[in-house]
Design a binder for this molecule. Structure first.
Ligand code: HGY
Ligand code: MN
Ligand code: MN
Length: 425
């Protein structure tokens, strides 16, 4: 296949720039689920997929799914190799997190189509509508629908303006109008899948430090998220003696330090409090309430669960000692997801053939592949992250040459892809 390789990588980066213009905020890139910017990004992706030669559908949660149909000679028996990643972002995020894993396969399909090459299987590219949880404090909302793992309780979850997920979907004009049966019917039939592969920026410094453009992911670290509400008693900041206070914010501060201390005890364990609020607080009133998020992750589920048990018990101990109450609400956890050796090896064979080092590394970040791993085998190709490996930050970057190499590896992978003879599920 001939392709203009110099422009291949730059074209992908240019599209990431174009997509980043659809933002909820004037400065930087914020693309939360079902905002006008999000709908514009969705429409743009659908257009690019069609131009690349795919037929496009949009499902009940807003996923954009492009299909590059199998070679007609394969007939009705063709199954689907799926790829994709998310197009929502964190607040003031980077332009490659998630999006690279949609834009790169679209470019790859465009090149295959231009060269008149069809694959012996259907190849589907999914733009997942929501992964980061920014608006409804969920995680993997869109891939959970596709994987048939949608939690109906999430329909009642509210955004900061009190709009429920159910109402947001009903107002969106998406097929199914937010009705549960439509969300359930959007699940893919696992028997139709050959596997799921995701290209993603590494979001860390490992490939950069090793001087390598690409890496193959071994497993994706499990994660648990919580919302904690601490309640105390509002009283006068000038007249209440220090020993007589029920200060919810001071209690929360001690709890946050506990998260830091406990998660610092084990190398692969990490814990983050990324949101912290004193609702309706005043500078001269002792805080009656304090709310914070917790995100706890580890490469092993047992290590994560042990830390959570200690932290939740510690939160209750701190609350009791201070005369406070603490309510800990847990978002359904996502367990550690191993990648499939047979798929990893097919990526490895391509890297080797192309003279690239076969380098394997675990992912500390969560990805849509974790949810898809519940219904099919998955693999991930990581692309080097520049600027010291920073991500969830506007400084996140990749080079055009690394994007080119990733796209070429992906083309090679697709053209030599061998399905597993007997699917494991
Ligand atoms: O939070 C994560 O790991 C991912 O970026 N959603
Ligand atoms: Mn992210
Ligand atoms: Mn991501």
């Amino acid at each position: 296949m001939t392709q203009n390789t110099t422009s291949f990588g730059q074209a992908i980066l240019d599209r990431a720039d174009q997509l980043a213009r659809f933002s909820d905020a004037e400065a930087g890139l914020t693309c939360a689920f079902l905002t006008p910017a999000h709908r514009a990004a969705q429409a743009q992706l659908a257009q690019w997929m069609e131009e690349a030669g795919m037929s496009v559908r949009i499902d009940a949660i807003g996923n954009v799914i492009g299909r590059y149909a199998a070679d007609a000679a394969v007939g009705d028996s063709a199954r689907v190799l799926m790829t994709g990643s998310h197009f929502d972002t964190v607040r003031n995020g980077g332009r490659y997190d998630g999006r690279l894993g949609i834009l790169l396969p679209i470019a790859v399909v465009g090149a295959l189509n231009a060269a008149g090459i069809r694959l012996p299987y259907h190849f589907e590219v999914v733009g997942f509508a929501e992964e980061e949880g920014l608006r409804f404090k969920t995680s993997f909302l869109a891939s959970s629908v596709l994987a048939g793992r949608f939690d109906p309780a999430l329909l009642d979850r509210q955004d900061v303006d009190g709009v429920t997920l159910r109402d947001a979907l009903a107002a969106s004009g998406l097929p199914g109008g937010g009705e549960l049966p439509a969300l359930q019917a959007a699940a893919v039939d696992p028997a139709s899948l050959l596997g799921f592969v995701e290209v993603h920026i590494e979001q860390g410094p490992v490939l950069l430090h090793h001087g390598l453009p690409l890496g193959i992911v071994t497993q994706i670290a499990g994660s648990s998220r919580f919302q904690v509400r601490v309640e105390g008693l509002a009283s006068h900041a000038g007249t209440t003696p220090m020993g007589m206070r029920k200060d919810a914010a001071a209690g929360a501060a001690e709890m946050i330090l506990l998260v830091e201390q406990r998660c610092g005890e084990v190398p692969t364990l990490v814990g983050t409090v990324g949101q912290l609020q004193v609702p309706e607080g005043s500078s001269n009133v002792i805080p009656a309430a304090c709310m914070f998020s917790m995100d706890i992750r580890a490469g092993e589920d047992g290590i994560r669960e042990a830390a959570i048990a200690d932290i939740v018990a510690g939160i209750q101990r701190i609350a009791a000692r201070r005369g406070l109450t603490a309510k800990v609400e847990r978002v359904p956890p996502v367990n550690n997801a191993p990648c499939a050796r047979w798929l990893m090896d097919q990526f490895g064979a391509v890297l080797k053939k192309r003279g690239l080092q076969v380098f394997e590394l675990p992912s500390g970040a969560g990805h849509d592949a974790m949810m898809m791993q519940r219904v099919t085998d998955v693999a991930m190709l990581f692309v080097r992250c520049g600027n010291g490996g920073i991500s969830h930050n506007p400084l996140e970057t990749i080079t055009a040459d690394d994007a080119r190499q990733a796209a070429e590896v992906f083309v090679d992978f697709l053209r030599h892809f061998q399905p597993l003879p007997a699917m494991r599920r």
